[in-house]
Design a protein around this ligand. Structure first.
Ligand code: FAD
Length: 358
């Protein structure tokens, strides 16, 4: 039986670890702080394949959505509504490739997407994707960690910064923050924004486009909104407990990264996001902030996932991706198969680290 150490308690690490344990590996999950303490704890988590993606990436994202539908818990599939520049072209692309898409007039929006103010929708209309939804990632991460333990695995939180231990070009374990080493036949590095730095320490280059990110959560709101909204000034969705969560490109750009690595968020940024959200909701409800999460959002240099073995480092596998909410379940499943020696998954062929070598 293989001994596998997974480093990183976000959705990718916990998903890979649970799948590995369920397929018979002896698995230890090590993570620096708590579970879902980074991007997975403050994600908009819109489940979609809405972009103009290469076919292999679109297929992987669709499989990601399927896995969530099969799971059936911690998810809501009540559709996604989008408007603004380029959305009509997106509708045409989606229709051409068979991605479920409807073009809605303002009246259609009023009738079919409760909670939205139709007056906020441009005259040309909006794009509705009925098969989209969102996932409650912290709850999912918790559930996957319990699945891991139920399958005989171990979860160690608060172990500090971990690093792979190398012996003769192979990874033989992981050193935790306190210096303790856990031996391993294979290691999965799923440390989110920390992945490129960890690989650089092993002499492996992974182009990094990781950005700063901000997710604001409101106090409970009286709104029937069930869909995910993507509008020019704000993206938002419902959240457990009657809250809304939201982010935007402009608000990310206003996050200030301090020299000590921490982050500052201006009150005006949070207030501005709440205002933008209220402006797209029926009845323009007064929104108040309950909390916000700020930190790094992992993004590979070319925007596409990096999943699979690390070339030149025997036994080391990596999971580093944008849209990790959409991909969390499928990526963990496919990576687990590869770690267990089932051979390279054709579904991951387009997402190897080697592509950056050229
Ligand atoms: C604001 C925001 C909006 C988003 N919106 C969407 C969306 O709409 N749809 C979508 O699909 N995706 C979205 N994402 C992306 C998605 O949330 C992430 O891709 C996903 O959560 C990444 O998961 P991860 O497991 O790779 O990383 P993380 O969740 O960041 O987990 C990494 C873990 O590793 C730990 N760690 C780091 N370094 C070490 C170390 N050296 N030793 C031990 N532990 C370590 C960290 O503490 C952390 O727990 C969004 C993200 C953000 C932040």
């Amino acid at each position: 039986m293989s001994q596998v150490v997974v480093v990183g308690g976000g959705v990718l690490g916990v998903s890979a670890a649970a799948h590995l344990a369920q397929r018979g590996a002896r698995v230890t999950l090590l993570t620096e702080a708590g579970l879902a303490s980074e991007a997975s704890g403050r994600s908009l988590s819109w489940l979609n394949s809405a972009g103009d993606f290469p076919p292999a990436y679109h297929r992987l994202r669709l499989l990601g959505l399927d896995r969530y539908r099969a799971l059936g818990t911690h998810v809501s599939f009540r559709g996604g509504l989008r408007w603004g520049d380029g959305v009509r072209a997106s509708y045409e692309h989606q229709s051409a490739i068979g991605y479920p898409a409807r073009w809605l007039t303002r009246d259609d929006v009023a009738a079919r997407v409760p909670g939205v103010d139709p007056a906020a929708v441009p005259e040309e209309g909006a794009l509705f994707n009925p098969d989209e939804g969102w996932v409650d990632l912290p709850a999912l991460v918790d559930r996957l960690a319990r699945d891991l333990v139920a399958a005989g695995g171990e979860v160690r939180t608060g172990v500090g910064r971990c690093a792979p231990v190398m012996t003769g070009g192979r990874v033989t374990g992981v050193r935790a923050g306190d210096g303790a080493v856990v031996g391993a036949d294979a290691v999965v590095l799923a440390t989110g924004a920390g992945v490129p730095g960890a690989l650089a320490g092993l002499g492996v280059h992974l182009p990094d486009a990781t950005s700063d990110a901000l997710l604001v959560r409101t106090a409970p709101v009286d709104t029937p909104l069930a869909a995910v909204l993507n509008t020019p000034r704000v993206a938002l969705r419902p959240a457990p407990g009657g809250a809304l969560v939201m982010d935007a490109g402009w608000s990310e750009a206003e996050v200030v990264r301090r020299d000590d690595g921490g982050f500052d968020v201006h009150d005006s940024t949070v207030a501005g996001l709440l205002q933008e959200a209220a402006a797209v909701l029926a009845g323009r409800p007064e929104l108040t902030v309950e909390s916000y999460g700020v930190g790094r959002k992992p993004i590979p240099g070319d925007g596409h996932p990096v999943l699979g073995p690390v070339p030149g480092v025997g036994g080391l596998h990596v999971a580093f991706t944008h849209s990790g909410a959409t991909l969390g379940l499928i990526a963990g499943e496919l990576l687990a198969g590869e770690v267990l020696g089932e051979g390279p998954s054709p579904l991951l062929a387009a997402f190897r680290l080697e592509r950056f070598a050229a």
